[in-house]
Ligand binder design. Structure first.
Ligand SMILES: Nc1ncnc2c1ncn2[C@@H]1O[C@H](COP(=O)(O)OP(=O)(O)OP(=O)(O)O)[C@@H](O)[C@H]1O
Length: 324
């Protein structure tokens, strides 16, 4: 997986300005190694997606960043300080798992209780209710809120005091498509306003649409850390189908160029070649075919979704089969 930094973000700037810096973090719970040496950096203003299958270690990492869990090894800094210290907590808002609110109180009153505990005025409550688009329903009892509204109220609570860093653990979990879309536009607008957002998700389509950068974590290890585009464009991320004549010779050119044998596919009357490649392979492949005097009748490319790449990255050979 390429880990190159985008040209607009030179490495030395990354190192100097990271909002969150995690280096070699390990954490075990008894015999379970939840994190096995995780390193990552979150830059100011980025919307950063933390992806991984169940049990990958995402929540553990977020809890460590909030100072709720202590790592066994490695170092963590948030705004240049130890997690959980007052300097950090002042600048961080978080929604970890299902938010706890008093059911018979209104959304607004629930937030007022939290705001007053932080010494914040009621105007701040009204501001965050506006941000999460709950102003119209602010006086309804929490018990009457939908799951999506409850999650948005949780984000509103996390936004009290204008934190510079927002940490959200699976904010779209359990939401219907409308709730997911609403949470997506909320996270996107927060990112556009300059808030740094780190959120974990199983909703890969959502991550694809709103994140600047994605970390894929699996079995306690980071297996990819890059922009969404770079992760999607890794080897094998586009499927090519080529109709060309003479077909045998076209297959030989493809094999020579790609360094692996393409798959012959289709009915006898519709014979063509299939090859997994990267988008950057395509111009060179076409040039090689033309230089060899091959007639190209059709070349189709299908780009993998982030979801497809994610499953390819996190597939395990030792996973139990249905028979086992
Ligand atoms: N307090 C704990 N005690 C014991 N084991 C724990 C504890 N917290 C996490 N684990 C274990 O550590 C591993 C990582 O869990 P974690 O909750 O961080 O994963 P996750 O990626 O957030 O998963 P999910 O998407 O299912 O929430 C799992 O095997 C989990 O059972």
């Amino acid at each position: 997986m390429p880990t190159e930094t985008a040209p607009s973000r030179p490495e030395r700037v990354v190192a100097a300005a990271a909002t969150v810096e995690v280096r070699g973090v390990r954490k075990s719970f008894g015999k379970v190694d939840a994190l096995r040496g995780v390193s990552l950096e979150v830059l100011p203003g980025q919307v950063y997606g933390l992806l991984g299958p169940n049990g990958a270690g995402k929540t553990t990492l977020l809890r460590i960043l909030l100072g709720l869990v202590r790592p066994d090894a490695g170092s963590v800094s948030v705004f240049g300080h130890q997690p959980g210290t007052p300097e950090v907590l002042r600048q961080v808002g978080a929604l970890i798992e299902t938010p706890a609110f008093v059911p018979h109180l209104s959304g607004r009153t629930n937030l007022q209780v939290l705001a007053r505990a932080k010494g914040l005025p009621d105007t701040e409550v009204d501001r965050v209710l506006e941000v999460v688009e709950l102003r119209q329903r602010r006086n309804d009892r929490f018990t009457g809120y939908s799951l999506g509204m409850g999650q948005r109220l949780g984000v509103a609570a996390a936004l009290l005091g204008r934190p510079k860093l927002l940490i959200l653990d699976e904010p779209t979990n359990g939401l219907d498509p409308e709730g997911v879309a609403s949470m997506r536009s909320l996270v996107r607008s927060l990112g556009a306003d300059g808030t740094t957002v780190l959120f974990s998700s199983h909703q890969l389509g959502e991550v694809q649409q709103i994140c600047d950068r994605v970390v894929v974590i699996d079995r306690g290890l980071v297996i990819a850390d890059d922009t969404v585009t770079a992760i999607r464009d890794q080897p094998g991320s586009v499927a090519l189908d080529l109709w060309a004549t003479p077909a045998d010779q076209a297959g030989e050119v493809l094999a020579a160029y790609a360094g692996r044998t393409p798959t012959e596919t289709g009915d006898p009357g519709d014979r063509h070649w299939h090859l997994d490649a990267t988008p950057d392979d395509i111009p060179g492949l076409v040039r090689a075919l033309v230089a060899a005097g091959i007639d190209i009748h059709e070349l189709r490319r299908e780009r993998q979704t982030l979801e497809g790449v994610f499953f390819a990255l996190t597939a395990h050979d030792d996973e139990p089969t249905e028979e086992s």
